[in-house]
Design a protein around this ligand. Structure first.
Ligand SMILES: *Cc1c(COP(=O)(O)O)cnc(C)c1O
Length: 408
């Protein structure tokens, strides 16, 4: 970065905004409209886009009241073409694969990467190979990989096992690897940070809260904010905090035990399948981002995640379980006075609520959590799930439910 001549920040901001109303396909992408900061292709004709990015930034009205954080926003990356933030990195990395002349791309995935890769590969007329841990992913995601025509193989192992197998496969076959350490994916995943800064007229928020799985996303967003500041587009960097599920929190443990010097892989367990990763590839980068920006790492339990997801749903927003860790984590950070009431906070929602509807239905039927997982949250959880019932077909019964719901 030190070598790059600093651009005219005002001109860049104007150009990026102006492209939003262009009729040119690459301008309409919320990733490629920032292409001056994505030095990855020799020929723009190789771009494979599904009009990703340009996702909404919502003010969280109810939750800002309950948390006391008035300036609380959600950047909803689940509103991407395949329903997760993975699209922002897939459009860039798959375009590189096409430029390099590959016919096949491959990834190991907890689900969303495979959905994104399969869609972009199909779009480019390429073939894709997906390795998925058996049983432990959300069906919505698996169905996407199949729908987009990927060769979809469920292996009898976990995510970390799939990664190991794939690294052997790519040594023996001409396949372009699209795992989350792929540097071009990280470049594309910088762009939500640019969108966030742009949405606040280039005054960055005080905090950005991100779920942590393989830890590529937090790393990419951190890189983006540091680059923006270096280029004079912004004057500061938000504190970037990473939230993990308690059953899959090797980064949290590493920061607690030895200040992020070493990381001990764990056997990951959580219903938030997108972050069910015990040996995160990009943990060193994430440590650096947290330390450089002054952010925090927290872990949250299964009941906290489920409750946070229901609260986001009740705002009309909705997200998948892995995204809801951001709100659960925010509550902890507020409690420990690491986030203060006057500060502006953005939660990064990574996936769409329809990705894992089984989870949502089980929650509202009271079948998701075991009593021993409730963490004293049973009353709050109960209050969020009083609106579903099965009845005989009778207007009287429906009217009675309506009355009961009105009184509540
Ligand atoms: C991939 C994914 C994550 C985790 O992102 P990492 O970059 O692996 O830390 C979180 N939420 C959702 C919905 C995802 O698809």
């Amino acid at each position: 970065m030190a070598e790059i001549r600093k651009p005219n920040a005002g001109a860049m901001r104007w150009l990026w905004k102006e492209r939003c109303c262009s009729n040119v396909e690459v301008d309409q992408s919320g990733v490629w409209r920032f292409r001056e900061l994505l030095h990855i292709l020799r020929d723009e004709a190789n771009i494979v886009s599904l009009r990703e990015g340009n996702t909404p930034l919502y003010h969280l009205k109810k939750i800002s009241q309950s948390t006391g954080i008035e300036q609380l926003f959600a950047k909803h990356q689940g509103m991407n073409p395949t329903g997760s933030f993975k699209d922002a990195g897939m459009t860039t990395a798959l375009s590189v694969a096409r430029e390099l002349g590959f016919e096949w791309v491959a990834c190991a995935s907890t689900g969303n990467t495979s959905a994104a890769m399969a869609a972009y590969a199909a779009r480019a007329g390429m073939r894709s190979l997906v390795l998925i841990p058996e049983g432990k992913i959300a069906w919505g995601k698996l169905s996407q990989a199949m729908d987009y025509g990927a060769v979809t193989l469920q292996l009898r192992t976990d995510f970390d096992g799939c990664v190991r197998i794939l690294s052997d496969v790519v040594k023996c076959a001409p396949v372009y690897l699209l795992n989350s350490v792929n540097p071009y994916r990280l470049e594309g995943q910088k762009t939500p940070a640019l969108e966030i800064a742009e949405a606040f007229d280039w005054e960055v928020p005080d905090h950005l809260i991100v779920p942590g799985g393989n830890l590529a996303n937090s790393s990419a967003l951190g890189k983006a904010f540091l680059e923006m500041q270096h280029l004079g587009l912004t004057t500061k960097t938000p504190k970037i905090s990473v939230i993990q599920a308690e059953g899959a929190s090797p980064l949290y443990r590493s920061l607690q035990d030895n200040a992020g010097e070493t990381l001990h892989p764990v056997e990951a367990q959580t219903r938030a399948t997108a972050i069910r990763i015990g040996n995160p590839a990009s943990w060193k980068k994430a440590v650096r981002v947290i330390q450089q920006t002054g952010g925090w790492c927290e872990q949250v339990g299964e009941a906290e995640i489920a409750l946070a997801k229901a609260e986001l749903g009740a705002e009309g927003i909705g997200c998948e379980p892995a995204s809801a860790v951001t709100l659960a984590g925010l509550k902890k950070l507020v409690k420990h006075e690491r986030v203060l009431p006057h500060e502006r906070v953005v939660l990064l929602l990574t996936g769409h609520t329809l990705k894992d509807s089984d989870y949502t239905i089980a929650y509202h039927r009271g079948e998701l959590l075991r009593p021993d997982e409730m963490q004293g949250l049973a009353p709050e959880i109960e209050a969020t799930r009083k609106n579903a019932a099965e009845l005989d077909a009778s207007a009287d019964l429906v009217l009675r439910e309506l009355e009961r719901a009105t009184i509540r």
